[in-house]
Ligand binder design. Structure first.
Ligand code: SF4
Ligand code: SF4
Length: 404
């Protein structure tokens, strides 16, 4: 597994006009033993890869498809090609232009069809792996009866791994739409809709594509990406002579300085908030359990638990949070609606007392319900000035802890 030094040094290289990297959110930056790298497993361009031993980031290969941002549980990677706001606007425009249907098309197909379709009627993404559940739920709230994801030849496409991501997103969205009683359907199609055809420009558009050559057209997105990334790296003040990004130890301390209660900083990813807002706007869900790629339900074996509360320390969203009552009762509370199923708590627990259930109650997602796990007093008190624990706590509240 990649170490914290490796992940910090490498993940920063992804920063470009296409991708913003929030290093402090990455599960592996927060805990080097976290079991993640979903970005490397799903990267559609080979930009992030992991062969079981070595993690490699090749920013020049990034096409800005945003698939990594879709699979990242903590939204440590944020896509800008287009941004979520721009893509939502384009999808809503497609919905308005197509009377109840929204079309989202992949760049590979749309590039081949350039000039032959009305660009306002189809929102473009480089790869369908860019589409996430919050976008689909937003379209349901906007009254879409159908969303069509238009793909090219995924099996032959150099970026075909994004298709599996898109299928996982559609599966999740379909479950949520059914539970919330929304009548919208989502389907894939390999064809552009006839309603989007630009009759007047058809012949000239076709001639233009033939003149450019299909190979040149297909490569256009990659050339743009390389240029943009090279410019970004060239401007980076923290690039060394070879162009590799150097991470200042003090930056790491800044990213990960521990808060007063001893936990790492928390955040709720924007996409999750938007998705929950859209689901709330759709109304009340059925009172059923839902199993999706998005949320988890933490179950703690309190007999095995050693009361260290490290799960709450590393939880990125605060879905697991410490509590102490006036009578001294203490433990952690779990809020499934804030859980992003990153599995950081499971990975950090020294007693293997945590399991993540894949199922959550749909009503709990909107109700903000919490579960309480009361812990037994620790056999050894850690908060006295002469213990290693106290020393480490003091160091972690300064920048010293990550100095090299
Ligand atoms: S998917 Fe996100 S959290 Fe997981 S390793 Fe990649 S950047 Fe970090
Ligand atoms: S409760 Fe566990 S799985 Fe859920 S967000 Fe927190 S650390 Fe990740």
């Amino acid at each position: 597994m990649a170490s914290i030094d490796t992940m910090l040094g490498l993940i920063g290289k992804l920063e470009s006009p296409y991708i913003t990297v929030h290093q402090e959110r990455c599960a592996l930056v927060r805990n080097r033993h976290a079991d993640c790298l979903r970005c490397a497993e799903s990267c559609a361009s080979g930009c992030i890869s992991y062969d079981g031993e070595v993690l490699t980031v090749s920013p020049e290969k990034c096409i800005g498809c945003g698939t990594c941002a879709t699979v990242c549980p903590t939204c440590a990677l944020e896509a800008h090609h287009p941004s979520d706001a721009a893509l939502t606007a384009a999808a809503r425009a497609s919905l308005a232009a197509n009377e109840g249907a929204a079309y989202l098309g992949c760049g590979e197909l749309l590039e081949r069809a350039r000039g032959r379709y009305d660009e306002e009627k189809i929102a473009r993404v480089e790869c369908l792996g860019r589409v996430d559940e919050s976008l689909l739920a937003d379209l349901a709230v906007e009254g879409a009866r159908e969303v069509v994801l238009i793909h090219g030849d995924c099996e032959r496409c150099d970026h075909g791994r994004g298709r599996a991501c898109a299928e996982a997103v559609v599966e999740t969205a379909e479950k949520l739409l059914e539970i919330w009683g929304a009548p919208m359907t989502v389907r894939f199609s390999g064809k552009l809709p006839a309603s989007a055809k630009r009759a007047a420009d058809y012949d000239s558009g076709r001639r233009a594509v033939l003149a450019e050559g299909a190979a040149l057209a297909a490569r256009a997105g990659v050339v743009v990406a390389e240029t943009a990334v090279t410019e970004a790296l060239g401007d980076a003040s923290n690039a060394d002579a070879e162009g590799a990004l150097v991470v200042d130890a003090r930056d790491v301390g800044r990213y990960l300085k521990v808060m007063d209660d001893g936990t790492l900083p928390h955040f709720i990813p924007d996409r999750r908030e938007r998705l929950l807002d859209s689901l709330a706007a759709l109304g009340e869900p059925e009172d059923v359990m839902v199993d999706t790629r998005l949320w988890g339900h933490v179950v703690i074996d309190t007999d095995a638990c050693a009361s260290c509360q490290m799960c709450a320390v590393f939880c990125p969203t605060g879905a697991l949070a410490k509590f102490t009552d006036a009578d001294g009762t203490f433990g952690v509370e779990h809020r499934p609606s804030d859980c992003v199923k990153c599995r950081s708590c499971e990975a950090i627990c020294p007693e293997h007392a945590i399991e993540i259930s894949e199922e959550v109650f749909a009503v709990d997602l909107l109700g903000g319900v919490t579960d309480r796990y009361v812990m037994r007093p620790r056999a050894v008190q850690h908060d006295t000035p002469h213990t290693i624990w106290h020393k480490a706590q003091t160091m972690m509240k300064t920048d010293q802890v990550y100095e090299r």
